[in-house]
Design a protein around this ligand. Structure first.
Ligand SMILES: [Ca+2]
Ligand SMILES: [Ca+2]
Ligand SMILES: [Ca+2]
Length: 129
């Protein structure tokens, strides 16, 4: 039993050494009510700040260059429904919400450290940091 757990833990660490560390520090940084999980409001508040920071020319949109890989090629199609090649903050926050629900594997409305370590959780953190 213990051995099995250690093996699984080792596997997780081997799969995402950077992810595990950044999930913990991101959780700490973004968890403004300090309940040990991230809810959608916390993630969206952080993502809104990211948007403002990245929008250097302050025209209210982000193009792919300004986003610096935060939105994957695959997600770009759904993130940019009007297909003008840029994201407004509404489009960005909608994408954040989509990513949040995808990462919330147990559907309890919050992301815990375990969920944040998954590839879907990492995608949320990319949008919010
Ligand atoms: Ca929280
Ligand atoms: Ca757009
Ligand atoms: Ca959850």
């Amino acid at each position: 039993m213990l051995k099995k757990f250690a093996l699984a833990a080792a596997l997780v660490v081997a799969l995402s050494p950077a992810g595990a560390a950044s999930a913990a520090s991101a959780l700490k940084a973004l968890d403004t009510d300090n309940d040990g999980t991230l809810d959608l409001a916390e993630v969206k508040a952080a993502a809104g700040k990211v948007f403002e920071r990245l929008d250097k020319d302050k025209d209210g949109t982000l193009d792919r260059k300004e986003l610096q890989g935060r939105v994957s090629k695959k997600d770009w199609a759904t993130a940019d429904p009007d297909k003008d090649g840029t994201l407004t903050s509404d489009e960005y926050l909608a994408e954040v919400e989509t990513a949040f629900h995808r990462a919330d594997a147990d559907g309890d409305g919050t992301l815990d450290a375990k969920e944040l370590r998954t590839p879907d959780g990492q995608a949320v953190l990319r949008l919010a940091r």
